[in-house]
Structures are given as C-alpha cells and as structure tokens.
Design a protein around this ligand. Structure first.
Ligand SMILES: Cc1cc2nc3c(=O)[nH]c(=O)nc-3n(C[C@H](O)[C@H](O)[C@H](O)COP(=O)(O)OP(=O)(O)OC[C@H]3O[C@@H](n4cnc5c(N)ncnc54)[C@H](O)[C@@H]3O)c2cc1C
Length: 396
C-alpha cells in the first residue's frame, strides 16, 4: 500500500517545510511539537545560494524577503566600542549577484508554518514516547496518552531528535562536537542600534553579536569555546544564563547591558555547536530530516537552508515514487548525502576562524576581515567560504 499518513516529529524549520510539500502532493501529514506553542526564537539566518533557490522553489522568497533585512556592514569592535575590523555588505551581495539577504530564524519558521497551520493537524505540547514498526505501518505512543498509527514517521526534532534516539541509537554515536557553544535571544527596546550592521565584540574564545530588528527589537548571538559541552540540562535556562554570565561577565563593550537583558529574556536558545553525521538517515518506515539527520552546525550558516532542501527532496521523492517509501527513502539519501557531507566538511574547516581561541587568531581574523574590503578579494573569499549550490531536482 502506498504511504499516505505521515507523522512529522518537530515543528521547527524542517517539519513545517515537509508538511508544506506533502500537503501539496496529496499526502496526509501531521505535526507533533514538544513545545506548548510555536517557537519563533533564534538569531539572523543568511539566505543565499541553495537557501535562496530553495525558497524560490517553495514560492516563499518574497514572503521571507518581506520579513528580512539587507545588512550594510559587518563590524567588530573592541572593549571601548572602537571599530577594529569590518567590511561592507555589498561584498556578500556582489559575490551572489544580489541574491543575499538575512532573516530572523523565527520569521522564516513562521513563513513556513503559516502555509500549513490551517491545513495540517499540529499537536503542541506532546511528543512521541515509543515507536513500533511493522509491515503495515508505525504505531506511535504519544506522551498525551494517545496511540496512533501512521504509514511513515519522520524525525524533524533538530539536533537532539528523539526519533533518532529511538530508532537509530544514542546521540553520542552520531554527534561531532566542534568545540563551541551558541546561545541567542531577542529583546525589545535595547538602546544601541547601529541599523543594518552586524555588530560583534570578540575576545579569544568568545564573541557576542547583535543585530537591530524592526519594531524596536534586537537579536543577540553568543558563541564561546568549551572543550566539552557544558553539563547543563537542555531546558535549564537559569543554568545557561549563569554560565553566560561566568564567561562574559568581566568583558567590556556593552556586555554588562546585554547580560542584564539576557536575565530578563523569556526564550533562550542554547546548544552546543555540533554536527550530526550518520551512515543512513532512514530505517524501515522512519526517516530523519534536517538537523536530526545532517546538522551542519551554526558554523555552516545554512542549517535552515539544508532543512528546507531535505524537505523538498524527501517529499518530492515520495511523490515521484507514488508513496513507495522504500524507493523514495533510497533516492532521498542518494541525492543528498554527498552534498551534506561536503558542506559539513566545509564548516569544520571554517570553525577556527569563526571565533578564534587565541589573541593571535583574533588578530589574524581581523586582518582577513579588513582584506574583504578589497572587492575582488572579498568576493573571492566569500565564494570560497560559502560556495556550492545544490542543483534542485524538478518534481513537477
Ligand atoms: C527556538 C530555536 C532557536 C534557534 N536559534 C538558532 C540560532 O540563533 N542560530 C542557529 O544557527 N540555529 C538556531 N536554531 C537551530 C536552527 O533552527 C536549525 O539548525 C535549522 O533551522 C534546522 O532546522 P530543524 O527544523 O531541523 O531543527 P530546529 O529548528 O531545531 O527544530 C526542531 C523542532 O523540533 C522540536 N522538538 C525537539 N524535540 C522534540 C520532541 N522530543 N518532540 C517533538 N518536538 C521536538 C523543537 O522544539 C523544534 O521546534 C534554533 C532552533 C530553535 C528551535
């Protein structure tokens, strides 16, 4: 029997993106999300190359651009707020023929979710407790007490995917920690704005960035080096805030003001900067998608683009195979695994230069950033770093 009903675990970027295509192709997707309501936190995401092309394919480029930003300048400052390095946004736009913009992660997630929220069942505040596959389908025991049957189950729960844990094994078997952690939050009424500028302050092994958004909001991103991921429970935001105070508490620039805002933040995103590398993303009637399968890490700057790409290909292959999940899952892996692996390798190479761990490394990174102002050098360097564009299959 061809697959029809499909449970998607996780309503971040990958989950709603998959629901969008499955719904268009006549499947019956349902989303289950652990959070009690839709999560719209996160820092700015840059959209270019594959991300730009995939949004066009979704027909959502204009909607995303309407919520997006065109940055004019990337600037690093010292303890006293004096510029130490920077370059103009036209370098990035030049490298991608103006097909480059930034959008807050939460806005992109909304653009995707808004396309399906009235068409696709979404269960908030619950998750999958157990999965049992048989010849006919998959039984899902949910934490809200329900037991339901689906033809297929897709794990789109991000870096710490519960479906991956249940069906493929423990996270530690697939996680490659890259030596950094990241945190982000959004606040309102922060007094320093520097419109259209990515402002960053860096010390060896740590950095804070901010970007002024519409409606008086500001997004902040912390990145810091740590030999091991800190032993803090994923939902212990008080512990995460204490840790960030310990790391940035003695720094100058606006750090004391930013930490005060952090204390008042309701939603904090906090995660190790890790990759997920797996030999296979599918098993029987279960497949993984997005960060759950091939998280490239924050350092690739393209996790959302790859989640949308994966959703497009997975749904397209199911459609092309008339719902035969065996054929579709093989094609999904064959089409994407080489590309994802190359992008992950690229991100690992880039890791050291994102937040250098030594004073000399910071100095060198600043010199390279300043070199970006020489336009041909900047365009060449950008293309080297952000390179390959995936050639999108056509599913009609
Ligand atoms: C609130 C938030 C803020 C983020 N901020 C940033 C950022 O600033 N910078 C950055 O690079 N990346 C950020 N990310 C990660 C980024 O969105 C992903 O790397 C990328 O978009 C891939 O998307 P995804 O859908 O695979 O994973 P995610 O976007 O992480 O989505 C996974 C979804 O699954 C849900 N989920 C998790 N566990 C379960 C469970 N047991 N049952 C049901 N649902 C579950 C999560 O709540 C989430 O909604 C953020 C993610 C979230 C959820």
């Amino acid at each position: 029997m061809p697959a029809k009903s499909i449970l998607i675990c996780g309503a971040g970027i990958a989950g709603p993106a998959l629901a969008y295509w499955l719904n268009r192709y006549g499947f019956e997707p349902a989303l289950i999300e652990r959070a009690p309501a839709f999560r719209d936190g996160g820092y700015m995401i840059d959209v270019w190359g594959t991300g730009y092309e995939i949004l066009k394919r979704y027909g959502l480029l204009d909607a995303a651009r309407a919520r997006g930003y065109i940055f004019d300048r990337l600037e690093f400052v010292d303890e006293k707020g004096r510029e130490v390095a920077g370059f103009g946004g036209e370098i990035f736009r030049g490298a991608f023929d103006n097909r480059f913009f930034s959008v807050p992660r939460g806005d992109l997630a909304h653009v995707l979710y808004d396309t399906v929220k009235d068409k696709v069942e979404t269960v908030f505040g619950a998750t999958i407790r157990a999965l049992h596959q048989d010849e006919q389908g998959v039984r899902a025991d949910l934490t809200n007490g329900q037991t339901r049957r689906f033809d297929l189950v897709i794990g789109a729960g991000g870096l710490h995917s519960p479906v991956r844990e249940m069906v493929f094994g423990p996270e530690r078997a697939f996680e490659q920690y890259l030596g950094y952690c990241a945190a982000s939050f959004i606040t309102s009424g922060y007094p320093h704005r520097d419109e259209a500028t990515y402002m960053s302050f860096a010390r060896p092994g740590r950095q804070i960035s901010r970007y002024a958004m519409r409606d008086g909001k500001t997004a902040f991103l912390f990145v810091f080096a740590a030999d091991k991921p800190p032993l803090i429970a994923p939902h212990d935001s008080a512990g995460q805030k204490r840790l960030l105070h310990g790391i940035f508490g003695n720094d100058g620039w606006e750090c004391p003001e930013i930490l005060a805002r952090l204390d008042a933040a309701d939603e904090l995103y906090f995660d190790p900067v890790s990759q997920i590398r797996m030999p296979q993303w599918t098993r029987g009637r279960v497949a993984l998608l997005g960060d759950a399968a091939y998280c490239p890490s924050l350092l690739a700057g393209a996790g959302s683009a790859f989640a949308m790409l994966g959703a497009y290909v997975l749904a397209g292959e199911l459609h092309r195979a008339g719902g035969d999940h065996g054929i579709a899952f093989s094609a999904y892996e064959a089409k994407l695994s080489g590309f994802m692996r190359r992008q992950q390798d690229n991100a690992v190479r880039f890791a050291g230069s994102f937040t250098p761990k030594t004073a000399f490394g910071v100095f060198l990174r600043n010199r390279v950033l300043n070199l970006m102002n020489v336009t041909p050098v900047g365009v060449w360097l950008t293309r080297q770093m952000l390179g390959e564009i995936f050639s999108l299959p056509d599913y009609g």
